[in-house]
Design a protein around this ligand. Structure first.
Ligand code: NAP
Length: 234
């Protein structure tokens, strides 16, 4: 049996191509569910995941989690090493960089070095607290309603991609946005805001991805399938 660590479009696509158990963290109240068997909720750290891999007779793990889901990827790498289960990271490429983007190493740095007065913030609900002491006005888009702490001046927009360039242009114009703060998540679903920012000549502050563990890594579902067929035919 194969375990897919999910929460992304790539994970859902992989689950349509290979029999597997998909795992979701359970952060979203109505998640887009992958086809096939699904389990929801944390494993209880590295120990819990290692035990779960043994109990469920898992032969390979594909970590197709979000590029900023750092903890689960680190845990899965370690647990697979312990148990001796082949481990692959499937990560979509980052956004194609545009000259002039201001790159930062963390969301905290994005908040620290923030210029502008009307911010379009798309880093997600879990990172909102980092901006709690910022004096700017925020349009913050996320999937689930946030909890405090958060910026004092904020309009929350609950929405889930894909987004279009026309839609992003209209949104940014109507809210008088003068800076975009986002993460280098990559993918087509959320890239329209970057094109809209380019057209409107709005500065972009973009958070670099966290480093990956030294595991085998691919960027496409096709390459993950090729790896799986190699592993399962051993
Ligand atoms: P994280 O910080 O890397 O993980 C925190 C803890 O959540 C993990 O230690 C694990 O708990 C549990 N967990 C995370 N992903 C899991 C999964 N797929 N299956 C079972 N348990 C999981 O993760 P995060 O940044 O909070 O993201 C949570 C999930 O949302 C991920 O699956 C990711 O793919 C998805 N997501 C994240 C972002 C983002 O910007 N971070 C954006 C879109 C989607 P235990 O230690 O108890 O096992």
């Amino acid at each position: 049996m194969i375990l897919i660590l999910g929460g992304t479009g790539e994970a859902r696509e992989l689950a349509t191509r290979v029999p597997a158990i998909s795992s979701l963290a359970g952060r979203v109240s109505s998640p887009r569910l992958p086809v096939g068997e699904v389990r929801i909720g944390g494993f209880g750290g590295v120990d819990g995941l290692a035990q779960w891999l043994r109990d469920n007779d898992i032969h390979a793990v594909v970590d197709a989690t979000h590029p900023f889901a750092r903890q689960i990827t680190a845990n899965a790498f370690e647990a697979c090493e312990w148990v001796g289960v082949p481990f692959l990271i499937l990560r979509r490429p980052g956004f194609t960089p545009v000259e002039g983007w201001h790159w930062v190493d963390s969301v905290a740095d994005a908040a620290r070095y923030l210029h502008g007065s009307r911010v379009f913030l798309t880093t997600g609900r879990q990172d909102l607290a980092e901006f709690a002491n910022c004096p700017q006005w925020f349009l913050a888009r996320m999937v689930e309603p946030p909890e405090p702490p958060m910026p004092q001046q904020i309009e929350v927009l609950l929405a889930r991609g894909p987004f279009t360039v026309d839609g992003e242009l209209a949104l940014m114009r109507s809210h008088g946005i003068d800076v975009l703060v986002t993460k280098d998540s990559g993918g087509e679903m959320t890239s329209a805001k970057l094109e809209a920012s380019r057209q409107l000549e709005i500065p972009v502050v973009i958070v670099r991805r966290p480093p990956l563990p030294s595991a085998e890594t691919v960027t496409t579902v096709a390459d993950a399938l090729a790896w799986l067929s190699g592993v399962t035919s051993r």
